[in-house]
Design a protein around this ligand. Structure first.
Ligand SMILES: Nc1ncnc2c1ncn2[C@@H]1O[C@H](COP(=O)(O)OP(=O)(O)O)[C@@H](O)[C@H]1O
Ligand SMILES: [Mg+2]
Length: 383
């Protein structure tokens, strides 16, 4: 969109000279406080609202030149509370657009059933009515309905805002999974900055008056907020949250303090000097921490073990997850495991702290030992 303005008839400027280049086949999030023009922007994309000034191009063609019905069919639309037809079954709700575009009843229903599976809904719910579903399930139906005609573009307006945090997390994860499979061009509106950071490939932060404050990938928002408004909107712990974008794979692990429950006196002696020892079973799964004096050779000392907390998986988990594990650990050491839960080593808070300083230094361009292209390589890892 190029310098798009929307002035409503009463004079309200909802969107003010907004220019955005929305990338194909990824999720672009519009985020900002209530009333900053997010919904208006989204509705200008499917022409439910016409801009007062400026142009919106889709694949290089002016939206203004395209018939509204064709345009809408190429864009799925999902809103808060799903906006389902209450008097139609779930299957018929999802089949709405295919039916409208002339698919037969049978084919439309088959498509609807396939989509229910895709969004994680049990087939048995197909014959129910919307009021018989939970809020989270209804929201999934809303997503399935929007996907029914396989549109290249998906517009989503606060779709998960009305459900509780646990269900919401499930819906977000599901959307990321679906997006991995389908590669739609998604424009997602939310007022929740954490949701924006989790879902967005690119995030547009808007301020009241419909002006763009910053348009950047989430990691860049967190490292380089454009101004005090963006910084304030991101919240107080942006430094910690930013660590979600750095992998923990490069952390240097040590096996020094790791011993098996049936370790011999000799093996225990080899771990001499460590303040705490991580005891594992014969299968290398963690049992807990012990002080060296509490361990007699050849017998497990489960009763004296301190909990090992939550382990992290280097390569999958982020630096933030590793730090969290160390902070939660009674010894200040985080336990690293492989994907099967077998201990691969332990790492101290201090070592993690050094890795954090390197990570921050690298991305901020203020030195640090890693080459500059590493900063550009920062990708999402599990928080
Ligand atoms: N149909 C309308 N007529 C007049 N003002 C409107 C209309 N729709 C929205 N607005 C105003 O435009 C501004 C942006 O609204 P909206 O796009 O809904 O914001 P958001 O979705 O970010 O909360 C608000 O001040 C709102 O009151
Ligand atoms: Mg809105």
């Amino acid at each position: 969109m190029d310098s798009v303005t929307k002035r409503y008839p009463d004079g309200t400027v909802a969107v003010d000279r907004l220019s955005l280049e929305i990338p194909d086949r990824s999720i672009t999030v519009l985020v900002g406080p209530s009333g900053c023009g997010k919904t208006t922007t989204l509705r200008m994309i499917n022409r439910m609202v016409e801009p007062t000034e400026g142009t919106i191009l889709l694949d290089g063609a002016d939206l203004q030149q395209q018939p509204v019905t064709t345009l809408r069919r190429s864009m799925g639309y999902v809103i808060q509370n799903a906006g389902l037809f209450q008097h139609r079954t779930i299957l018929d709700n999802i089949a709405t657009v295919p039916r409208m575009t002339g698919w037969g009843k049978h084919k439309s229903r088959a498509r609807a059933a396939e989509l229910m599976e895709r969004v994680g809904l049990d087939a048995s719910l197909g014959k129910r009515y919307p009021y018989q579903l939970s809020g989270g399930q209804q929201q999934r139906v809303g997503v399935a309905r929007a996907l029914a005609a396989d549109p290249p573009v998906l517009l989503m307006d606060e779709p998960f805002s009305a459900v509780d945090p646990v269900v919401r997390k499930g819906l977000q994860d599901e959307l990321l999974r679906i997006q991995d499979e389908l590669g739609k061009t998604i424009v997602f509106v939310t007022h929740d900055i954490d949701e924006a950071i989790k879902l967005g490939t690119m995030v547009a932060v808007m301020r009241t008056g419909g002006r763009l404050a910053q348009f950047a990938p989430p990691a860049e928002l967190l490292s380089d907020p454009a101004d005090a408004f963006v910084e304030d909107f991101l919240g107080a712990d942006r430094g910690i949250r930013r660590l979600s974008f750095f992998p923990s794979a490069a952390l240097e692990l040590t096996r020094g303090p790791v011993v098996r429950a049936d370790a011999t006196a000799e093996q225990l002696a080899a771990a001499d000097g460590a303040a705490h020892l991580l005891v594992t079973d014969a299968d290398d799964r963690p049992l807990g921490w012990a002080e060296p004096g509490d361990l007699g050779a050849g017998r497990p000392a489960d009763r004296r073990l301190l909990p090992y907390g939550r382990p992290f998986v280097p390569g999958t988990d982020s630096l933030r997850a590793a730090l969290d594990c160390a902070v939660l650990s009674p010894t200040g050491w985080a336990v690293a495991v492989d994907s099967d839960g077998r201990v691969t080593g332990v790492v101290s808070q201090q070592t993690i702290g050094e890795a954090i300083r390197t990570a921050h230094g690298t991305a901020a361009g203020t030195g640090g030992s890693a080459p500059a292209e590493d900063a550009a390589d920062v990708t999402k890892v599990a928080p």
